[in-house]
Design a protein around this ligand. Sequence first.
Ligand SMILES: Cc1cc2nc3c(=O)[nH]c(=O)nc-3n(C[C@H](O)[C@H](O)[C@H](O)COP(=O)(O)OP(=O)(O)OC[C@H]3O[C@@H](n4cnc5c(N)ncnc54)[C@H](O)[C@@H]3O)c2cc1C
Length: 251
Amino acid sequence: MDSFDAICIAVGAGQPRDIQAEGREMRGIYFAMDFLSQQNKQLLGETMQQEEIISAKNKHVLVIGGGDTGSDCVGTSIRQGAVKVTQIEILPQPPIGKNPETPWPYYPLILKTSSSHEEGCTRRWCLNTKAFIGKNGHVTEVLIEEVEWHREENGQMTMVSTGKTETVKADLVLLALGFLHPVHEGFLNELGVKYDGRGNIEVDKNGKTSVDKIFATGDSVMGASLVVRAIASGRKAAENIHHFFCHEQKK
Ligand SMILES: Cc1cc2nc3c(=O)[nH]c(=O)nc-3n(C[C@H](O)[C@H](O)[C@H](O)COP(=O)(O)OP(=O)(O)OC[C@H]3O[C@@H](n4cnc5c(N)ncnc54)[C@H](O)[C@@H]3O)c2cc1C
């Protein structure tokens, strides 16, 4: 630390949201990023032990989470040679084309169909994961339940169980339920930076964390977002650090 005049943390928002359901500890259930980043490493020619490899080849794959990360899991699974890929989402299916509830300038909440989806998968909505069922410690099926979403008087949506359950065959389950905040354990906790109410790194109006000389930027501050926002945030951090140095020199 002492050998640097300023430090900028840009570690992203890598803490995945987990699922609390019976059987979660079974083999065959992975976080999306473990699967996706391994595929990238393999494409770059990195070798790994056979037992480390997460492969969708000849598998019935269930992707839990209907967002962009889930969509990347769908495409990667299909290209690896999965027998069948199913993607489930807890929220209702968004409208196709236009959504009167999100007019301009709001972000349009509409159904997104990616090239991965077009490669062929089953997409389903309003499904909650109840339990992972397996044999000899390896997942073979997932128990899911249909849910309904009711709008309360205050406009808030509440999830209601319907009691209608079914099992889906799955020997590879990929968890793509979003990201909570940056990983706290290790580096960040050791630095002692403060977090905001959502667990992201707290910064002041100058982009500085609670620790002297340490700045933070990108998803580690905003939470999981988009490349364009991360680039803008990185530029702002560079500007802030420049001002910090100018101010230090004047002292
Ligand atoms: C699967 C997936 C698909 C996405 N697709 C899109 C898309 O299509 N379009 C879009 O705009 N956005 C997309 N995003 C979001 C986008 O990737 C992020 O918003 C953006 O990359 C954030 O940039 P960042 O620099 O803050 O963090 P990141 O790009 O996450 O970079 C953080 C880096 O820090 C490294 N790191 C973590 N901890 C440490 C440590 N202790 N020491 C050293 N290095 C560390 C990480 O390994 C990582 O390489 C996607 C995200 C995911 C997960």
